[in-house]
Each structure stands twice: as structure tokens, then as C-alpha cells.
Ligand binder design. Sequence first.
Ligand code: HSE
Length: 433
Amino acid sequence: MAGNRLDVGILGMGTVGTGVARLLLEQRELLRSRTGIDYCLKAAVDVRWDRVDLDLAGVVCSEDPAVILEDPEIKVVVETIGGTGVAYDLVQRAIRAGKHVVTANKALIATKGRELFRLARAHQVDLLFEASVGGGIPIIKGLKEGLVGNKILSIEGILNGTSNYVLTKMYEDGMEFDEALGEAQAKGFAEADPTLDISGYDAAHKLAILASIVSSTVVDFEKIHVEGITEITKMDIDFARNFGYVIKLLAIIKNTAEGLDLRVHPTLVPKSHLLASVNYELNAVSVTGDFVGNTVFYGPGAGQRPTASAVVSDIVDLSRDLLLRNGVGYCNRTIDPCEEPKLVPLDQVSNRFYIRFFAYDAPGILAQVGSILGKLDISIASVLQMEIHGKDNYVPLVIITHLAKEAAMKEAMEELAQQDYVRGKPLCLRLHR
Ligand code: HSE
């Protein structure tokens, strides 16, 4: 830092990068008055300047990252390119050049975090990523700072706005899946490839990041059990509603004595639960700490202004740290890239389940289904069979179970799928607990 001025460079002037530039320029006085530091946007780099709609007078605008990476006065680099290709390369170059990096890139942190945190340590710089989870919600800071004195016992998050939008539209308006997804894309919060959203992988990237903070290790994203929302039909939404539940895509961390239980999957949440009323593209993270109890963070999980708000909060944090420590970063003390977390295999976890399939309507069928579940020690809590007149003789059958082992349920689902009286692939969802 030169005096109380911090020069910043932005790599990637898409929606988020432009938002960060806008905030730094429009709120320069506000930030200076609050922090005593003058945040100066010195340079911005992109290869498609035609899409940038912002007056950047006085800012070096270029297609060449060297204007940032080779400028010794720029101490903080913001990476808002996205993805793990060019972004990964440029972040590594920035760190090697001794620059602190702030990123909004969840895929980058979730899949290349170990390498990047190691590199940052070696070069004594920081790599901050508040905007990578929950958009504008200060969840990373909430965990690292506000809840620093707690062992985090569990986290349940609605972390993907697109999936939440689709599920809400199906629940509230009876909209079909594809139509709702089209709307989410048109509104601009879906990923460039929306399969990342609806497959649960975007939420899993974010979960890996939260789990890394909870465990102070790097959680390998590939080890998270992920199920998306693509198999959920309007019929399931309605059945769940009749049983008193709303279906939400939850990202779950349970910090158990045996290790971390990490999962992303659609979950039947009781209507009375706070997370059941988090609708449309909004995100929420419910965090339980051993001293604080339960807290809920709620807000916009995507979008230009909320994401820029989170990125700038990291820039301010960095500058305050740099003032205190003479230019040397924290080196991400909250995450140790050399440590491995202990994870609980999914098979060992117990849950309550919602099973839905089409069964041939004939004497003895329900007894056969009950016998498959019974011999695997799966106890039925509720059953609903819907008579459908004027169609063939296959009817939807819904079963809600008591607590059962994941391994047993997996076996039961495989066996059910093989029965002559079952048509199509049975669906299995979990209940909130
Ligand atoms: N595609 C993401 C979502 C954007 O729908 O939540 C924010 O990461």
C-alpha cells in the first residue's frame, strides 16, 4: 500500500467485474470515510470491452493481463473471469507476482483450492473468496469472524438460486420444470451452463468451500455426495405438499464425532421450517455453532450488485490486514492446504426417505413392496397410493419411511427398480432432520 492508498486491478469485466468497478468508483468516498483508505481502481482487463457499460475514465483498460500482473503498485487483484481455465492461470500468475487475490469464483476455489492456498502460503499473500458462496451474504466472514469462537456443528444451505427458483415456481405457480429453468436463465442468475445449477454441482462447489472453513482443511469437492433436482416432477412437489413439506435443494454439513457428513440433495423440508420459506433466487444458510446456537444468513445469492458488495468487502479486509502487517498477508490461516478432513461415508448415514414410483395396481403388490423394505429394516411411516381413472393400471405410490440407513435404502431402491410391477425409475428423496 502506498500511504493509505490501495491500487486494485480487475481481471474480467463481465457482470461481476463491472459491478466491482462500479462499486469502487461510486463508493470511493464512502469507503475512504469508513476505512481511512483510498481504494483506487487502477486497471481492468477483458477481451470483450464492447459489453462493458461503465465510464472508466482514468482507469487503464486493456486486453493484456500484464497491465495488472506486472504493475508493482497493484497489490490486490480481483479475479472475476470465472471457470478454471484462464482464471486459474492468471490467479497463479498474480500470486507468484506477490499480489493478493480476491475472487468470486466458486469453481476455482472448490476444485483448485489446495494448489492455490499452497501457492498463496509460499508467496505470503492472501486469497479471499467471500463472493464465492451466497453472493452478497457475508457467510464466509460470518463463519471466519462472527462465529470464530464456535465449533460449527451443522450447516444447511440453499446455495443455488437457479434451483431454488425452479422449485419455487413449480410449487407456487405449478410451472413445469423446463419453463421455470428458462425463466431463471432469462433473469440471469443461472450459470452459463445451467446443468451445473440443476445437477447440484454449483451448490456442491459452495458446500466444499464452507466445509473447508468449518474443518480448517481443504475439502475435496469430488468427495461430496451430489444429487440435483432434475428428477423432481410437479407430482412430487404436490405429494410433498400434501404431507406438509416443501422440496428444497439443500447443501448439508453435519459435523459429527465420526467426521464430516457432506451432501447436496433435494430435501423435503417441513413447511414450518425457516428454510421452507426461502423462495425464488434467494439463498439462505442456517449455521449451528456450539456456543451461539442456530443462526440464519439470508439474502441475494447472485447478481451484479450483491456479488460486487462481497468482493469489495474482501478488498477492504485485505487492506486492513495489510496496514496491520506491513504488506504481508494472513496466508489464509483459516484453511490449511496440507490437512485432510475426515469424512463420513454416505452409506453410514441414516435418513428418513420419500420414495415415489409407479406400481401396477393389483392384489398383493403393496405387501411385496412392504416386504422388500421390511427385510432391509426400513420401516414405513406413511403410504399414499393415488387412484388414477381412465389411465393404464399403473398408479403413483408414495412411501415415507422412518429413519433408515442409506446403504439399506440404496439396496431397496435397486431391488424395487427390478420388479415387474414397477414402471420407470423409482425416485428417492430425503427428509429434513
Ligand atoms: N448460478 C448460481 C445460482 C449463481 O443460481 O445460484 C450464483 O453463484
